[in-house]
Design a protein around this ligand. Structure first.
Ligand code: SAM
Length: 342
């Protein structure tokens, strides 16, 4: 595969109207996934026609344009990034920015199912830390949550990732009455294996087959329950993302909380997201977006693209406003997490 080299002149860094430096880009490289998690997608999703999706070369050019504009951390996500055909060639191409020092981190969020195949290759291409989404250790519950997934495949993926030398963070969406009673065990399991773990509140993104009110479990409540069992100490640890961390004295591990509902973290937001069709979302929880595919395809140089990015960043909103309660059953935004990327 032939990836063009990055543009020559260094364009302006991205600073939004609230003075926040935009240094973190998440890219959804496909909207497709081999799982159908109940809080993420409905069972019968309509996926994008292939012609609307950026090629790997276009994704490389787009990501590289963002690196030129000051992005230091790049996360490939989806859908499931590792089900996109030939995705390793994109990691390989993007790793040149690690070598030049223009990028601090190239990483991904994955459901783990393809890690047995790809973990070692990812390490070879410069990936050092990965986020693996896992909401339960119970095989039956796992099947119920993911609809199509098999936990053994993910556990094998985690082993392959460990063998490859990748640092692992487990991301767990807290789901009322589903994994609520299991969270303590999962923390002990993750920390026992040397993994960090982060708990996430379910967000009202896209129509799903279930009622989000039935799924929503505020992390303030989870934390209140955890302090009966663990000694949690706030720590300043940061990974460049939205999680706030504590250390767990009893396990010696780190636990993160991502609380888009109970504690809005927008004031320190350094992120923007691009979909696999080249749509730039300046906020996960707002509809406003900018099309980058047209300027990307309009010329071989990046000037139009840079101008479109600058214009979009000038509209980055202060934050999102998620609510899940009995009066607010509609999603805050129509698109699913699999479109914008987690
Ligand atoms: N397929 C990959 C995976 O499973 O990690 C990457 C994409 S997935 C959309 C990224 C993350 O978003 C996963 O951790 C998933 O649990 C989380 N997620 C999906 N829908 C969500 C929602 N409505 N609220 C909170 N987290 C969500």
């Amino acid at each position: 595969m032939d990836f063009p080299s990055a543009a020559s002149a260094r364009p302006q860094d991205m600073v939004d109207p609230f003075g926040r430096d935009i240094t973190y880009l998440r890219v959804s490289v496909t909207d497709r996934c081999d799982f159908r998690c109940v809080y993420c997608m409905s069972e019968n999703m309509t996926f994008l026609p292939k012609k609307d999706v950026l090629t790997l070369e276009e994704l490389d050019r787009l990501c590289s344009a963002f690196v030129a504009k000051g992005v230091r951390k790049l996360r490939l996500t989806g859908g499931e990034p590792l089900v996109r055909r030939n995705i390793l060639s994109l990691f390989a191409a993007l790793s040149r920015h690690l070598e030049t020092g223009d990028l601090d981190e190239l990483t991904l969020t994955t459901n783990g199912s393809q890690l047995p195949k790809y973990a070692a290759e990812l390490y070879r291409r410069g990936v050092r830390r990965i986020n693996v989404s896992l909401d339960t250790l119970d095989a039956e519950k796992f099947r119920a949550i993911t609809r199509w997934g098999e936990i053994d495949q993910v556990l094998a993926g985690l082993e392959a990732a460990e063998r490859a030398g990748l640092k692992i963070k487990i991301n767990t969406v807290a789901l009322k009455d589903v994994n609520q009673a299991e969270i303590e065990d999962m923390i002990r399991w993750a920390h026992g294996r040397g993994f960090d773990m982060t708990l996430i509140e379910t967000m009202p993104l896209g129509d799903i087959d279930a009622d989000r009110v039935d799924q929503y479990l505020p992390l303030s409540r989870v934390r209140a329950e955890l302090v009966d069992r663990f000694t949690l100490e706030d720590i300043p640890y940061k990974t460049g993302g939205p999680a706030r961390y504590v250390s767990v004295k009893e396990t010696g591990g780190r636990l993160g909380f991502i609380t888009p509902l109970t504690h809005n973290f927008c004031e320190s937001c350094n992120r923007v997201r691009v979909t696999c069709t080249g749509t730039l979302f300046m906020c996960l929880g707002q509809e406003d977006a900018a099309d980058l595919r047209a300027p990307l395809r309009a010329s071989e140089g990046n000037e139009l693209l840079y101008a479109a990015i600058d214009e979009a960043i000038s509209r980055k909103p202060k934050g999102h406003d998620f609510v899940i309660d009995r009066r607010n059953r509609r999603p805050a935004v129509g698109r699913h997490m699999s479109v914008t990327g987690g």
